[in-house]
Design a protein. Sequence first.
Length: 394
Amino acid sequence: MKNIKFCKKCVESNHRFLSTAQHTDKPGGQKKFAAFDNDGVCLSCRYFEKKEFFNWSEKEEDLKDILSKFRSNNGEYDVIVPGSGGKDSIYTSIILKEKYGMHPLTCTWAPGMYTEVGWKNYNSWINYGFDNFLLTPNKKVHKLLTKLAFLNLLHPFQPFALGQNSLPLKLAVEKNIKLIVYGDSIKERAVGKDNEAKSFNKPEFWHYRNNNDEIYLGGVNIDEIQKKYKIDRHELNCFLPVSKDVVDNSDINLLHLPDFINYNPQNNFYYAKEKTGFQVNPDGRTEGTYTKYSSLDDKLDGLHYFTWYIKTGRGRATEDAALEVRNKIITREEAVLLVKKFDGEFPKKYFKDCLNYMEISENQFWETIEKFRPNHIWQKSGNEWTLKNSVWKK
Ligand SMILES: [Zn+2]
């Protein structure tokens, strides 16, 4: 897809990636993009239009019915809430426990490099009163996969994403817990034509792997990783989705709380601040965007959004602003200015940490970045790269 367009209602680009399974991603592979309708409006905005007419009290009744089917009365956990101690997981876990009488086990896939504020928020969440399963992957393997994913796919966040996507389902299988509740909904951020998830779901395709999938991690075939880097298959397992057979035989269900309860990122922020003392970015805002309250846990976060910006021309400010426009927190005009000002800002705060983590030099870093700049998105004027098309250029 070479034609860059921006949603007429929010500021999202038609180059926003959709969620994929990722364990089959090869170098040069095709990604799926968010869909726009014939009037140039993204399907997430269309979803928000529909949301205005939802009968929320009816939806809450549906939620109560669903939860009553899973609620335990023998002291066992009855729901898994994945999260990091960010605003969405705090809100979700607390209202499931306190308002709806559920018995959650929260679970966390550890960031590559915890930030100070991320670690504080994680601990405040647990201190509030939750059991939590924290999986910290083998750092030797995580570092290697992060490096390979950066060099081969310009996707240093891939190992994190793989681990984070697969952990809740694996834990549900292991602990025999039949329900997983997420605090955010993909429909609010990126909808593809064939990705209009229902409100109550079986695991999605990106949660599992098929028996015949050829598996790649960091863009390298899994057999080759084992041979070349002398890594045991067992050490790669926590990054891989469960197999489809396991899903088919387990009767596990997923739901996304925003499909049943009307809330927005700003409400959750105030809620989390009040309940657990959730702290925002101490710098006042996060590099690459104007917000201070999302994706604060990992020193790799900023690099993740920056690589996304290189590959697609839309970055972290676009992601945040589009969602805030849909939630009517800011106007489209404000969003355009915020994108112009902050999108693509280089994440310098943890740049050295990221280079050290991946064990690559600054030269190797920039060579890789340049390799992944698509011609239809970028142009060079003098020594400077600029976007050929942007939401703020007329
Ligand atoms: Zn839109």
